[in-house]
Structure formats: C-alpha cells, structure tokens
Write a protein that binds this ligand. Structure first.
Ligand code: SAM
Length: 221
C-alpha cells in the first residue's frame, strides 16, 4: 500500500461529506442499534466511536443516553455531527476529535466502556495498521469492555475488483476498502473473547459485511 493512499483517501472523504452532507442518512445503522442494546445490557455508559463520519450512529448512542466520543479523519463529517448534536440538545453527551486511525488513540488506558466502529477497520489501512489500532482499542477499553466493529469481507462483490493497492485493498469510485478474510478477524481477536461474527448486508450493492463482537478480558488470557 502506497504511503500516499491514506492522505488521498482523507481528501476523498472530506470532499464526499462536503458534496453530500449526511450522505449515510439520519437513521442509525443496524450494527449501531445492536451495539446500543448490547452496551446497555453490559452496563456501559461511555462509547468511543471510530470512523464516525457525519455521526448517524453517534447520534443514536447519544439519544440512547450514552456519552459518545466520536472520531474520524474528516473534520467536515464531524462538524455535521456536532451541529446535529447541538440542534437536538445533545451537545453535552457528544464530543468529537479529528483523529487518523493510523495514529495512537489520544485517550487514557481503560478509559472507555465500549468501542464501536462501523466500516472503519476496512478502510485504507494496512494489516499492520489494523493490528496496531485493535491494540490501541484494547488499551483504552476498560477490562471487560466491549468492541463492536464491522468490516466488508472477501465475499463482497467489490473484492478483487477495481484498482488493487495490495494487502487485499481495492479501490472503487475513489473509495479504497480493505476486504477482510476470516483469518484476519480471528487474528484480531487474539487475547480477546470473540463473542460473535455475524454476516449481514447493507446498502444497494449490497455491501457484504461481518459484524464482530469481542470483549476485553477482565484478566489476561
Ligand atoms: C464507510 S465510512 C462509515 C462512516 C460511519 N461509520 C457510518 O457508517 O455512517 C468510513 C469512515 O471512516 C473514515 N476514515 C477512513 N479512513 C480513516 C482513517 N485512517 N482514520 C480515521 N477515519 C477514517 C472516513 O472519513 C469515513 O467517515
């Protein structure tokens, strides 16, 4: 993967949110509905959302009573979220930070109850970047905390098509996606409890995804 791909992707996402505000709509995704129920059942109060975009899911977590720290490398997307939170009187529960997932998370060890990332781990990140990010998630989650993430996988119609950037990353219409195989999911669960890998579809293509739920053990495994 070329080192320039990341910054090209950042510009592409910035333009996408600029040209198509609220491009994913205002309704929460199915994985966010699932995660909110699960996080509540597990007694979580704080959620870190990675790759939050314009915040359709962060708003869902805030409406459900969680405090949400939403990050993305697109300031334009996060600005749309901040405006929505302000308009709905939820600004106290929603904070945003521009953050590139290839960098360490700017949060203290064990400081969040739950982490949610819908279609972020499958962006233009190398396998090494993804492993480092999941290590960072484990660091900032409290022991017993939950991670729910979704990724497009190698059963998706766009896998193997478009421009290849290596490392199972393919670019279509300017958007680069790292398609996951099951071995990568299992590898990322090393040292965690893997609760579930659930296959689902989203959108018109449709995108074929896995929703992965894993728990940070209370004591080392
Ligand atoms: C497929 S979109 C999903 C957005 C949001 N989770 C949703 O479902 O509405 C992926 C998001 O990841 C962000 N993103 C991609 N690469 C990133 C990176 N390296 N660091 C932080 N955010 C990134 C994009 O800006 C975009 O908002």
């Amino acid at each position: 993967m070329s080192p320039n791909l990341g910054s090209a992707q950042q510009q592409h996402w910035q333009a996408a949110y600029q040209d198509h505000p609220h491009m994913y709509g205002d309704m929460p995704s199915e994985p966010a509905r699932y995660a909110a129920e699960l996080f509540r059942a597990r007694g979580a109060r704080s959620v870190l959302e990675l790759g939050a975009g314009h915040g359709r899911d962060a708003m869902h977590f805030a409406r459900a009573g969680f405090t949400v720290h939403a990050t993305d490398f697109s300031p334009v997307g996060l600005q749309q979220l901040a405006q929505d939170a302000e308009r709905e009187g939820l600004a106290e529960r929603v904070t945003t930070a521009v953050h590139d997932a290839r960098e360490p998370l700017p949060l203290a060890d064990g400081s969040v109850d739950a982490v949610f990332a819908h279609m972020l781990l499958c962006m233009a990140l190398s396998t090494a970047d993804i492993r480092a990010l999941v290590g960072e998630i484990a660091r900032v989650l409290r022991p017993g905390g939950t991670l729910v993430y979704t990724v497009r996988h190698t059963g998706d119609a766009h896998w193997g098509a478009g421009i290849s950037h290596g490392d199972d990353i393919y670019e279509h219409g300017g958007f680069a996606v790292h398609f996951f195989d099951r071995a990568l999911v299992d590898d990322l669960a090393t040292g965690w409890r893997l609760d579930e890998v659930h296959a689902f579809e989203e959108g018109e293509l449709p995108r074929r995804l896995w929703r992965v739920t894993q728990t940070r053990p209370s004591s080392p495994q």
